[in-house]
Design a protein around this ligand. Sequence first.
Ligand SMILES: CC(C)(COP(=O)(O)OP(=O)(O)OC[C@H]1O[C@@H](n2cnc3c(N)ncnc32)[C@H](O)[C@@H]1OP(=O)(O)O)[C@@H](O)C(=O)NCCC(=O)NCCS
Length: 177
Amino acid sequence: MPDLVIRPATPADAPGIATVHVGSWQAAYAGLLPEEFLSGLSVEAREQFWAANLADTSVPHTILTATPPGSATITGFAVFGPSRDDDATPHTGELSSIYLLPSEWGRGMGRALHEECVRGLAAQFEVATLWVLSTNTRARGFYERAGWVMDGTTKVETMSDGAVTLEEVRYRLPLGG
Ligand SMILES: CC(C)(COP(=O)(O)OP(=O)(O)OC[C@H]1O[C@@H](n2cnc3c(N)ncnc32)[C@H](O)[C@@H]1OP(=O)(O)O)[C@@H](O)C(=O)NCCC(=O)NCCS
């Protein structure tokens, strides 16, 4: 397991989270999402989104950041909270994001961040779900390795004024206890 400092994010983390968000999206979704959408993603716009999100103390979710010890550079972030799905019970949590800088993939950091999210989810919920693009085989392999199982629910999102349709599949993880 790599040495990693994992802690709740603060508003000062907005630039670092935005950098990971855009870099990870552009690398992970190349060939899966429209090129013009990915190349149009802006760190500045994402920074504004995250700054507003992090400043809003009424949101029910938790945002975690990961940094190497002694470094100020955020290399990953994750978000979890109550499920936003219509069919969810109050006992259902959701892992809504987990993203690392592409240079950090495959070195155990995702596992460390995921474990911290599952710990946080298990303190509040009985079961967790997540949505992943059906074509995101890297992430699906990672989740399956961590014990998540497809629950048979899918949804279709549209992008670019309906020109692009994307299928997402839902995974489920019992939280034990
Ligand atoms: C998905 C992501 C968070 C995984 O993090 P990571 O640091 O690359 O994964 P790790 O190195 O911690 O791997 C953890 C375990 O999963 C396994 N694993 C990782 N990817 C895998 C894959 N595609 N298939 C099978 N197993 C995989 C590893 O072998 C490792 O197993 P081990 O614990 O037995 O050694 C990271 O690759 C990422 O940021 N991807 C882009 C963003 C993304 O798609 N996020 C999900 C959106 S829904």
